[in-house]
Write a new protein. Sequence first.
Length: 279
Amino acid sequence: MTPSSSESAPIPAPQIFAIANQKGGVGKTTTAINLATALAAVGERVLLIDLDPQGNASTSLGVGRNERSPGSYEYLLGLKPMGECVRQTRIPGLEVMPASVQLAGAEIELIDMERRENRLADALAAPESDARQRWNLVLIDCPPSLGLVTLNALVAVDAVLVPLQAEFLALEGIGALGNTVERVKKRLNPRLHIFGVVLTMVDRRMTLSQQVVADVRAHYGEQVFGTTIPRNVRIAEAPSHGMPVLIYDNACAGSQAYILLASEFIRRRRLAAEQAAVQ
């Protein structure tokens, strides 16, 4: 099973997405790399920007620690142009801007810079980058915090995709993120909105997990994707091999879930484009 390609219908306008949740361990990076891989597999040109100083997305796409500079740190601070900061992955159509440990210091360095919240937005929109023309989709893997680096991502993107772990305390972090999105929308980025919530690490054998899924759907309604990502050992193993689970084991339950998520993601983008055209 593969996601529906956009060849049979008009391709929605290119969009830039932040994949964000300030609570760590919710499947944020796993969702970023596997969604990007699935979208590239159906012919989309995809850039994944790793803005998390941990660099787990970079690791999972096979970029070694000594191969990450220049990357997102240099690009965010305006030290290097886009062309020097992007790497082609082993996946056709998917490029990555890797993160190095230097990115951890960017929070402090940004404080005294002009337009400190707009550094990434300005860089992506600059003629020498022209990200919206070069790629169909740009996905940004944000750090698990709501500092200046994440704020730069929220100002640069059109929408936010929120991975949410199916556990008892899952709703704690999403409220703060929602408030931040609303503040950024009012002050800095009027087009910003939450594109959807993806439930991750769902264990259908556990009553608690099923109850959390039901509670999240009751609270957020249609914002929650129909596809859920199961707790799956192959998903956990894949990063240590430097590859997304879709490459590591395409047939496992985790891979099939991300393929379905990509299909749903494509459909939602199409619908958003159609609604925008009518307005």
